[in-house]
Design a protein around this ligand. Structure first.
Ligand SMILES: Cc1cc2nc3c(=O)[nH]c(=O)nc-3n(C[C@H](O)[C@H](O)[C@H](O)COP(=O)(O)OP(=O)(O)OC[C@H]3O[C@@H](n4cnc5c(N)ncnc54)[C@H](O)[C@@H]3O)c2cc1C
Length: 147
């Protein structure tokens, strides 16, 4: 018999089960592509979904995109909804309000796609692609699909 027994973890306990679900949900969020008001129209969310599919990423959103009904609030990142820490967070047409940054600023690599070089998201990004997302995102999808 071993003198040092490992601590017992009872997965039937709700607190343990919830922690496990939380840990697993973060574990599988390796990449997130998020869209904001800069998408300009609800139909443009398909660009975000296409880029996410090409990267095998999850889809996120700013509260502005959620409030306009472009996507379900389950996808909202930020102070009022989910805090995420993926390896890669791509913010498309998101200005980087403090409430949004609160939910994603600890991501390992942040890429901002924004037409405004002075947008706050640009100052927290590791890489900033400055320009119109309607041109940049399709080009990224083409590059990824041609690999
Ligand atoms: C109490 C409270 C809680 C909140 N909680 C949250 C929260 O949890 N999550 C959250 O996200 N927000 C939250 N907000 C809202 C937050 O303050 C911002 O209003 C919101 O994040 C803005 O969303 P956005 O960046 O999509 O839109 P905007 O701030 O309007 O930014 C749009 C960006 O798109 C860019 N853009 C426009 N057109 C293009 C184009 N063609 N190509 C490239 N870029 C373009 C613009 O330059 C701009 O930077 C909260 C606010 C309050 C008061």
């Amino acid at each position: 018999m071993c003198a040092h027994s490992a601590p017992a973890i009872d997965f039937a306990q709700p607190a343990v089960s919830n922690s496990l679900k939380w840990a697993l949900s973060l574990l599988f969020l390796l990449f997130i592509v998020s869209g904001g008001r800069g998408l300009g129209a609800p139909a443009n969310f398909k660009l975000i979904k296409k880029l996410a599919a090409a990267l095998e990423a999850e889809v996120g959103a700013s509260r502005a995109a959620v409030d306009m009904g472009w996507i379900n609030h389950d996808h909202q990142v930020g102070q009022t909804e989910k805090t995420v820490r993926p390896i890669l967070y791509i913010a498309c047409g998101i200005s980087g309000a403090v409430q949004h940054l609160a939910g994603m600023q600890s991501s390992d690599i942040i890429v901002a796609i924004n037409k405004d070089p002075k947008a706050p998201i640009v100052s927290v990004a590791n890489f900033a692609l400055i320009g119109d997302l309607n041109r940049i995102i399709p080009e990224m999808i083409n590059q990824l699909q041609s690999k």
